[in-house]
Ligand binder design. Structure first.
Ligand SMILES: [Zn+2]
Length: 118
């Protein structure tokens, strides 16, 4: 696979193709925004889904345990890992509409990027 190919995913709700925002880091691209469905408005849930960190007997990281904040999501959102008809609070937005990182920087520079309460 070409390191500059932006992988697409199918929306878990409406099955449309979803795109994410990617940034060129010189040797390829890294995802810098959540996957978002332009058709139904679903978006990927990221680090706001908090899991218990499991430790082994020596206190070292041993994987992820149960979800610590299930009250923040619906059962369907927990199962899919995507917000339904909702933009991730980690996405860059202007007037609530998701924008890529290039647009986000331009909007930030002129004070138009939405403030995030996170
Ligand atoms: Zn969708």
């Amino acid at each position: 696979m070409n390191p500059y190919d932006e992988p697409l995913k199918d929306c878990p709700y409406c099955k449309s193709e979803m795109e994410a925002d990617w940034v060129d880091v010189g040797v390829g691209i890294v995802q810098c925004g959540p996957y978002h469905c332009m058709n139904c408005g679903a978006s990927e849930i990221g680090p706001e889904m908090k899991y218990e960190e499991l430790k082994d007997e020596n206190g070292n990281y041993a994987g992820m345990g149960k979800l610590l904040n299930p009250e923040d999501f619906t059962e369907e959102e927990i199962a899919t890992g995507y917000y339904k008809e909702k933009v991730s609070p980690y996405a860059n937005t202007v007037n609530g509409e998701i924008v890529d990182h290039v647009t986000a920087k331009e909007m930030y520079n002129i004070g138009m990027l939405d403030d995030k309460d996170i």
